[in-house]
Design a protein around this ligand. Structure first.
Ligand code: ARG
Length: 260
């Protein structure tokens, strides 16, 4: 008798616990509403992602693209700005769900640490110099020169390699692209190694002080968003959203908006 009552009580409390856990948590923010996905980026990479002076709002091609994908797939997203070399670690330590940062999915061991989606943009590296520079291209650099780029990027690795090989005096790898441009303007470095579309955006606003020299170089890049290793469900949704954007003209509209 006693045992049966105990079993009943146990069963009852389990049902109660289950019922409580099922309605708990969700009740405050509207039932089964999806959690907001954290999109991490580094926002000094105009026109892909950037902020304007005195404003925290992140704008750019990647922001519009991710918002369009999220809308298409019924996802809620928010953007979080951090340093470029923190982006992959952020996914690995669950500080972020998605990277959208003009990131080349083919570089280094990135694809071992995060799962990349379909390519949404292709790029190469270019050398940006001051408008009065006599430098003719990346092959003409000399061991007395310094070149700047961003830490953790393909450009950063490229200038570091040139320095290691003794082809330049120093690869100056900085946290923000804006610092690289500043170093060039100040004459602290003789050039900046930067992604072609990003250098072009800089030149659009600064054609009086800088120019590209030589041909594109480095490994051809494929930009893609990334998710945490194994999050196939989310990656499939993002890829489906991108495919829909390309089909319904939204993708082309955004290319027009940010790259013309
Ligand atoms: N495409 C280069 C890379 O993948 C640079 C990307 C920099 N992006 C940024 N949001 N700062 O390494």
């Amino acid at each position: 008798m006693k045992k049966k009552a105990f079993v009943l009580l146990l069963a009852f409390s389990m049902v109660l616990a289950f019922a409580l856990s099922a309605c708990g948590g969700g009740s405050s923010d509207g039932g089964d509403e999806e959690a907001t996905l954290r999109v991490v980026t580094e926002a000094t990479f105009a026109p892909f992602e950037f902020t304007e002076d005195g404003d925290d709002e992140i704008k750019g091609f990647d922001v519009d693209m991710m918002n369009a994908i999220a809308e298409d797939q019924g996802l809620k997203i928010e953007f979080i700005n951090m340093e470029f070399d923190s982006l992959i670690p952020a996914l690995e330590s669950d500080q972020g769900d998605i990277i959208a940062a003009g990131m080349n999915k083919l570089a280094g061991d990135r694809a071992e640490k995060a799962d990349f989606g379909d390519t949404y943009f292709e790029s190469d590296l270019m050398l940006l110099v001051k408008s009065d520079s006599t430098l003719t291209g990346i092959d003409a650099v000399t061991p007395d020169m310094k070149l700047a780029s961003q830490i953790g990027t393909t450009g950063g690795d490229y200038v570091q390699k040139l320095a290691d090989e003794g082809k330049i005096a120093q690869g100056v790898v900085l946290n923000q692209w804006t610092d690289s441009y500043m170093q060039l303007q100040n004459g602290d470095v003789q050039g900046v190694v930067v992604d072609k579309p990003v250098g072009e955006a800089y030149l659009n606003a600064h054609s009086d002080i800088a120019k590209f020299v030589g041909e594109p170089f480095g490994d051809h890049e494929e930009f893609a968003y990334a998710v945490q290793k194994g999050n196939k469900e989310l990656l499939d949704k993002l890829n489906a959203g991108l495919a829909n954007m390309k089909e319904n003209g939204t993708y082309d509209e955004l290319v027009d908006k940010w790259f013309s």
